[in-house]
Structures are given as structure tokens and as C-alpha cells.
Design a protein around this ligand. Structure first.
Ligand code: ADP
Ligand code: MG
Length: 242
């Protein structure tokens, strides 16, 4: 039930309407998103593709409440996030969004355990409960035996798995991944995609992922292309979409 025509039936987890984003650079205006529509249901896995500079990161940042649109609406589980105050949006983000970045963005002076625990420090969980959640998340990504390692003691693929554990530890409503395999060799990229696939298909996570890699995109239920500021379905790299 992923749709890009603005005609979703209102039950979608993520509902984007007429989303516009313009950047001002000096006297130049860059109109990145131009009336974009999107509906994504719970448990779906969507891949976004498109050339460099087409607005993929801009879109993901807007969906995650890291940035505000010029106009338009984004509703997630019924919450209109484009009209929230900065404080409310920060709390919303902590509760609902798990981010996964190309360069992992782990804190170098914290262990894997401590990195994964970070989002839980914003919750009311006790220390013992936090430990349980962190151990579960690290076991889910296959790193139960690396809890006390620092990022520099891990491979790129392992660092990304720690980042994925951090994204899922607080049971986010949806996961946003910006080129999660972009800095990995083919084998590690395959392992990361297998893990993300499992989170969707075995654990019911909702995943919105930007990627350049057709091999990564073909795991998604739907491949959407950013083209002139809007999303279009299917095409190159698609997983059998019309
Ligand atoms: N903060 C910003 N200020 C000005 N222009 C920006 C900013 N962020 C992105 N852009 C411009 O918006 C366009 C889309 O960028 P981006 O979303 O990063 O594309 P992608 O992730 O598809 O490569 C590019 O032309 C980029 O230069
Ligand atoms: Mg980008």
C-alpha cells in the first residue's frame, strides 16, 4: 500500500502531502522537493533512489523531523510533525525514529553497549531495564560478544550493526536509513541488508532507506525514484516493480 499519488486512504503510518522544500544559497533558490506525496503502511520496506543531489537526504531528514519543510504536511501515526515546536519535535524524534547513517555516527569514546544505551537515557527505564534492552538489541544484530568493544575495535560492518542496534533499542515507530551500505564492501553490505531484511520480515519494523545500490534496493517491497522533486515508482534497479 505504498503510494505516491496523494490518494492514500488515511490509514498509512506515514502520510506526506504536497511536501515542498526550498533552500536559499546566496541569491540562488534551490527547489528540492516540489509537491511530493507519499503513503507508507506499517511493516513496509521502501527504498528511495535517485541521482546525487536529487533530494534523498533532504526527504529522509524531513521524515525524521531533523529539518522543517517550506510547506506541506507530514503525519506519522497521526502526529503532524511539521507544526511541532522544537522541544516537542525532539521528544517525538526520540520516541519514534531510529536513524541509521552511512558513516554509522557512533560516539568513539563509548563502547558498543554505551552507544546503544544512549537513546534509552532519554527514557524513564531503570538501569537494569536499560541493560536488558541493550543486550537484546545487540543480540539481534549478532554482536552479543562485542558489547565492551569501542568503535575503533570493530569493522565497518560491525559498527553499522551497532548503529542498527541503537536505532531499534527504543522500539522506534520507523527506521530511516541513509545509504546504510554506502561505505561497506560488498560482503559486509550484503550482511547489513540481510539484517535489515530480518528486522522488517521477522520483527515487523517499518524501514525507509535511501540507497545507490541496486542490490540493496531489490530487497525493498517498493523502489521509489526521486525525479524533479517528486517520487515515481519502479524503474532502474527496481525489484520487479512495473
Ligand atoms: N542545508 C542546505 N543548504 C543549501 N542547499 C542544500 C542544503 N542541503 C542540501 N542542499 C541542496 O539540496 C539538493 C539536494 O541535496 P540532498 O538532499 O543532500 O541530495 P541527495 O541526498 O539526493 O544527494 C542539492 O542540490 C544540495 O546541494
Ligand atoms: Mg544524500
Amino acid at each position: 500500500m505504498v503510494k505516491v499519488d496523494g490518494k492514500g486512504n488515511g490509514t498509512s503510518l506515514v502520510q506526506v502531502r504536497e511536501l515542498d522544500k526550498k533552500y536559499q544559497r546566496g541569491s540562488e533558490e534551490i527547489h528540492v522537493l516540489q509537491g511530493l506525496n507519499l503513503d507508507v503502511g506499517s511493516g513496509e520496506f521502501v527504498a528511495f533512489m535517485g541521482p546525487s543531489g536529487s533530494g534523498k537526504t533532504t526527504l529522509l531528514n524531513l521524515l525524521g523531523g531533523l529539518d522543517l519543510p517550506t510547506s506541506g504536511s507530514i503525519k506519522v501515526a497521526g502526529d503532524e510533525i511539521t507544526r511541532m515546536s522544537a522541544n516537542k519535535l525532539t521528544a517525538w524524534r526520540a520516541r519514534h525514529v531510529g536513524f541509521i547513517f552511512q558513516m554509522y555516527n557512533l560516539i568513539p569514546v563509548l563502547t558498543a553497549f554505551q552507544n546503544v544505551e544512549l537513546p534509552l537515557l532519554l527514557t524513564k527505564l531503570s538501569k537494569a531495564d536499560r541493560k536488558k534492552h541493550v543486550e537484546t538489541a545487540l543480540a539481534m544484530v549478532g554482536l552479543a560478544d562485542r558489547m565492551n568493544h569501542y568503535p575503533r575495535q570493530l569493522s565497518g560492518g560491525q559498527e553499522q550493526r551497532v548503529a542498527i542496534a541503537r536505532a531499534i533499542v527504543a522500539d522506534a515507530t520507523f527506521l530511516l536509513a541513509d545509504e546504510p551500505t554506502g561505505d561497506l564492501d560488498r560482503r559486509s553490505a550484503g550482511e547489513i541488508m540481510e539484517l535489515l531484511d530480518r528486522l522488517v520480515h521477522e520483527h515487523g519494523k517499518t524501514l525507509l532507506m535511501v540507497t545507490h545500490d541496486p542490490r540493496a534496493a531489490e530487497r525493498a517491497h517498493v523502489v521509489l525514484h526521486l525525479d524533479k522533486g517528486v517520487l515515481v515508482e519502479g524503474g532502474a534497479g527496481g525489484g520487479g516493480e512495473a
